[in-house]
Design a protein around this ligand. Sequence first.
Ligand SMILES: [Zn+2]
Length: 50
Amino acid sequence: MCSVGDAFGVDVADSLNTKSYKCKDCGNEFQGMGKKIICPTCQSNNVELA
Ligand SMILES: [Zn+2]
């Protein structure tokens, strides 16, 4: 029998959608999603993957 863990598949999919970013302007670390990432604190787009 082939068995797949459903519960753990959901967690993996969720963590693929959000990534950790760090703002180079204010140093804030946050979770971002999508193509256009801006800092929630200072609205800068000068961010990098943390
Ligand atoms: Zn910032």
